[in-house]
Design a binder for this molecule. Structure first.
Ligand code: ARG
Length: 275
């Protein structure tokens, strides 16, 4: 099979160093409070992820880590931006609630229109944007964290059609653990993480999607960041690396074992800023 060359688009990202990263509470099935994290290793792995993105030519902005917010390293959850408008987050669990204000403060320093949310939503953890699919399409997850009412709210604030997708497996509690944008129009996803009806919706909208399996999902392979050419995956995601390579992309693997202890990987640690 031949593909047109996959071209990267230069991106701007937001990340937060895991300076206070711990597993102090368990709000998803991956978190085990009895196994301590290695903070020095977490920071080293995170730095390598940041360097990988900057070495590829992308800009990475930083959010200061705050004590008492051990999950703040998962910067994807703090907001969701489309063409200069930011839909703020409202966390489901009280342990993470204060992260939303830290993100809001970041956007206050730039040329953004910030919208405070009424409904519970965990930012890019549960929202993905495909600028070239159907003129600009938002995919949104619900079932564990984000309230489906936030999908309608996001559509009103961001002015793009929002496709609601129901997550059914608690291990894949955020959309970004089960689905990722590979470029401006195509995705990869793990079908079994979604309800039968949502699987049908995805098949209809994305007939060329790269289909992942349970092994990929368990490795957090869907929790990837792609610039349209380079697909950044963790080092456990070797099978997924080959799948995206077969589809014409270039897999780039980074070790992120410590962040998996909190139930996240590459994508969770990276919010894309779309000015
Ligand atoms: N411990 C965090 C939580 O359960 C992990 C968040 C992962 N982030 C993500 N975008 N999937 O909220």
């Amino acid at each position: 099979m031949s593909y047109t060359e996959r071209l990267p688009r230069i991106r701007t990202y937001l990340m937060c160093p895991p300076e206070h990263f711990r597993v102090e509470y368990a709000i998803n099935p991956w978190m085990d409070t009895t196994v301590p994290v290695d903070p020095a290793l977490a920071l080293k792995q995170w730095q390598l992820l940041r360097d990988t993105l900057t070495d590829l030519g992308h800009t990475v902005h930083l959010l200061d880590a705050r004590p008492g917010l051990p999950d703040m390293v998962y910067a994807a959850n703090g907001a969701f931006s489309v063409d200069g408008t930011v839909y703020g987050a409202r966390f489901k669990h009280p342990q993470r609630a204060d992260e939303a204000a830290a993100h809001q403060l970041f956007y206050a320093g730039g040329p953004w229109t910030f919208a405070d949310p009424v409904h519970v939503n965990e930012g890019e953890g549960d929202f993905a944007y495909l600028p070239a699919a159907y003129g600009g399409l938002i995919l949104a997850g619900h079932g564990f964290r984000t309230d489906p009412a936030a999908h309608a709210e996001a559509q009103e604030i961001l002015g793009r059609p929002v496709i609601s997708l129901k997550l059914v497996d608690p291990a894949y509690y955020h959309l970004d653990t089960a689905l990722a944008a590979l470029d401006d129009r195509n995705i990869t996803y793990y079908p079994e993480a979604f309800s039968a009806s949502s699987q049908r919706v995805l098949r209809q909208l994305f007939p060329d999607a790269v289909i992942a399996d349970r092994t990929d999902a368990e490795a957090f392979a869907l929790n990837l960041v792609s610039d349209g050419r380079h697909v950044i995956l963790n080092t456990d995601s070797t099978a997924m690396g080959e799948k995206v390579r077969a589809a014409g992309y270039l897999p780039v693997h980074v070790e992120l074992s410590e962040l998996k202890r909190g139930g996240g990987s590459v994508k969770c640690a990276v919010a894309e800023l779309r000015p």
